[in-house]
Design a protein around this ligand. Structure first.
Ligand code: MRU
Length: 355
């Protein structure tokens, strides 16, 4: 069966149209972003989310911002581009894809100083479109590189949503499941609900069901029991930022799954494009972790209180998994094994400048 394409973001005439992911699975609602602050809020509030997708949203927001701006002349346009870069980059701190995409957009401006505004907008639109096109190609390549690690009949565990909704439409970790399914392998996916915002329960199960994948939802605290029962043969997760030694940040709860997988001798794979690498950081200790609003923990998905008002809350959006727990990092360029420092550096060194 062919995977159903999801389009979480697209141009609609001169503005941006997104699937509002906070409303899934109750409704598949679209929202139109006409201004840059709307794009910023959509990223901040997780209407668009997932590392690759927030990079794409920011790149498109950058085009929108320069187009809407009244500045027509240089160096005003350069100042405006700097402001847009800073502003959009402030939406979320952990996923490096956001900064990677904005840097690409800013470089286009820098490389065309002096051209007419209309011409510059054309270049910027082309760059944003290229980021989207490349993203889908990267997802397809990652899925091809990773599906060999899945055997017919496997039970597979994932957390959060690293699927079509988190990318331009196919996914990283979930892309691997789509690929295995397309190859005719029978798989059984277990999706952790992913407290507090339930990306696993709301989004992962939604898109896997649409694609005819056998999926079972579990509460986050059920993973150990499933592993001990021998029902999980591999764990596949995405990433928001990977440091030079292979430590990586992903949705809070990933680390505990990695520790459990090691204890139960289950392979644990991180599936992510090269745009998620941040080799400037020596280890995961340097990755900035986003702290989010306590109300995300104390209220039932923004609806009803679930904890006494005023209780102290710890709500990091991500955690860092030390690379010692990783079986491999699977990228669009190939599978990277230990020692990660050497292998990541070698592979990175062979890439074109824009990385
Ligand atoms: O807070 P979110 O929903 O943006 O977190 C997303 C994740 O942690 C994903 O696993 C990660 O971005 C990889 S998406 C391909």
């Amino acid at each position: 069966m062919k995977t159903i394409a999801i389009k979480p973001i697209s141009w609609d005439d001169d503005h941006i149209c997104i699937i509002d992911q906070t409303r899934l699975p109750a409704e598949l609602a679209h929202e139109h972003c006409l201004t840059v602050p709307q794009v910023w809020r959509a990223i901040k509030k997780l209407k668009v989310r997932g590392a690759p997708l927030i990079g794409i949203a920011a790149a498109m927001g950058f085009v929108l911002g320069l187009k809407r701006s009244r500045v027509e002349t240089w160096p005003g346009m350069l100042r405006e581009a700097e402001r847009l870069h800073r502003y959009l980059a402030s939406a979320r701190p952990t996923a490096v894809n956001l900064f990677w995409a904005l840097n690409r957009m800013f470089n286009v401006v820098r490389n065309h100083v002096g051209v007419e505004k209309e011409e510059l907008l054309g270049y910027l639109k082309r760059e944003a479109d290229a980021i989207v096109r490349e993203d889908i190609q990267m997802c397809l390549r990652m899925s091809r590189n990773a599906s060999r690690f899945i055997k017919d009949g496997d039970g597979l565990l994932t957390v959060c949503n690293a699927g079509g909704l988190a990318t331009s439409g196919y996914g990283t970790a979930l892309g691997v499941f789509y690929r295995a399914h397309e190859e005719g392998k029978s798989i059984k996916v277990y999706a952790c609900e992913t407290r507090p915002l339930l990306q696993g329960a709301r989004l992962t199960t939604w898109e896997l069901l649409r694609n005819g994948i056998d999926v079972t939802l579990i509460c986050d605290n059920m993973a150990a029991d499933l592993m001990r029962a021998g029902r999980i043969q591999a764990v596949f997760v995405g990433a928001d930022r990977i440091a030079a030694n292979g430590d990586f940040a992903n949705k809070i709860g990933t680390y505990s799954l990695a520790v459990l997988a090691r204890y139960h001798k289950i392979p644990f794979y991180c599936v992510a494009p090269f745009s998620t690498l941040d080799l400037k950081l020596k280890s995961g200790r340097e990755i900035p972790i986003e702290q989010r609003d306590p109300s995300e923990v104390t209220s039932l998905y923004f609806k009803r209180p679930m904890a006494p008002s005023g209780v102290r809350v710890f709500n990091p959006a991500f955690d860092v998994t030390p690379s010692v727990f990783l079986s491999a990092i699977i990228t669009e360029k190939g599978v990277i094994r230990k020692p990660f420092v050497r292998h990541l550096k070698d592979m990175y060194g062979r890439l074109p400048q824009k990385y």
